[in-house]
Design a protein around this ligand. Structure first.
Ligand code: ADP
Ligand code: ADP
Length: 226
C-alpha cells in the first residue's frame, strides 16, 4: 500500500565489488514484484537496501515520496521475511507474533486481537501456545509470515521465504502468500530463484544479472516469448 521509487541505486561493497548497478524501478501501490536471477546477481543486496539494512552507495529509495533513510523507524512500516525464519526460540508462537506490537506499546487488547486475526489467516491459531521447536518447517515459516503481517506494514520484503520448505509445503505456502497479498494489498518485493514462484505470484518480474536489471515485465512478457 505504498508506492516505492527506486531511483538509480548503486551498491559498492568495496572499490572492486559493485553488487548493484543503476537499479531503477517505480513500483506502484499493491504490486507484487519478484526479483529473479542467478546467485550473486545482487537480489538480496537490493532488498536489504530497500529495507534500510544496507547503506546505498548512490541513488535513492523513496517510499510514498519520502526518502527511506530519513523516515523514523516508526514510520518506516516495512516488514521483512527471510528464508531462515529467525523466530525467538524461547517464546511461544503467540509471543513471537506479539513481540513487535509490544515493542510499539500497543494495548493488550489490540495485540490479542491482531495476533488472533493473523493466526487465523495463516491457519496457525492452534499452535499459539507452542514454541518454535515444536512446529514443522512450514508452520514456522507461517509464524514468520504472521509476525510480518500483524504489524500491518505498507511494504513486505521477502527473501526466498519458501526455500527451506519441501515441494508440497512450498506450493501451499506460495498460494497462501498470494491470497494474503490479494487480501491485504501490501506492496511486496519478493526475491527468489524459482521461476514457478515468479510466474505464479508476480505482477511484474525483474530479471537481474551481475548487478544489472536485464528485463522488467509481466510474467507473460518475461517467460512466454513467441
Ligand atoms: P568506478 O568506475 O571506479 O567504479 P564510477 O565512476 O563508476 O567508479 O562510480 C563512482 C561512484 O559513483 C560509485 O560509488 C557509484 O556508486 C556512483 N555512480 C556511478 N555512476 C552513477 C550514476 N549514473 N548515478 C549516480 N551514481 C553513480
Ligand atoms: P543474490 O542475492 O542475487 O545472490 P547478493 O546481493 O547476495 O546476490 O550478492 C551480490 C554480490 O555482492 C555478490 O558478488 C556478493 O558476493 C557480493 N556481496 C554480498 N554481500 C556482501 C558483503 N556483505 N560484502 C561484500 N560483498 C558482498
Amino acid at each position: 500500500m505504498a508506492k516505492i521509487n527506486l531511483s538509480h541505486i548503486y551498491k559498492d561493497y568495496s572499490d572492486d565489488v559493485r553488487a548493484v548497478t543503476d537499479f531503477h524501478l517505480e513500483i506502484d501501490d499493491e504490486e507484487f514484484i519478484v526479483l529473479v536471477g542467478p546467485s550473486g546477481c545482487g537480489k538480496s543486496t537490493t532488498l536489504r537496501m530497500i529495507a534500510g539494512l544496507e547503506d546505498i552507495s548512490s541513488g535513492e529509495v523513496l517510499i510514498d515520496g519520502r526518502k527511506q533513510n530519513e523516515l523514523h523507524p516508526k514510520e518506516r512500516d516495512i516488514a521483512m521475511v527471510f528464508q531462515n525464519y529467525a523466530l525467538y526460540p524461547h517464546m511461544t508462537v503467540f509471543d513471537n507474533l506479539a513481540f513487535g506490537l509490544k515493542m510499539r506499546n500497543e494495548s493488550k487488547q489490540d495485540i490479542q486481537h491482531r495476533v488472533e486475526e493473523a493466526a487465523e489467516i495463516l491457519d496457525i491459531h492452534e499452535y499459539l501456545d507452542r514454541k518454535p521447536a515444536e512446529l514443522s518447517g512450514g508452520q514456522r515459516q507461517r509464524v514468520a509470515l504472521g509476525r510480518a503481517i500483524v504489524r500491518e506494514p505498507k511494504v513486505f520484503l521477502m527473501d526466498e521465504p519458501l526455500s527451506n520448505l519441501d515441494a508440497k509445503l512450498r506450493f501451499h505456502t506460495r498460494a497462501e502468500i498470494t491470497k494474503l497479498h490479494r487480501r491485504l494489498g501490501v506492496t511486496t518485493i519478493y526475491v527468489t530463484h524459482d521461476q514457478t514462484e515468479a510466474m505464479s505470484m508476480a505482477t511484474r518480474i525483474v530479471v537481474m544479472n551481475r548487478g544489472l536489471i536485464q528485463q522488467i515485465g509481466t510474467p507473460k512478457e518475461i517467460y512466454m516469448k513467441p
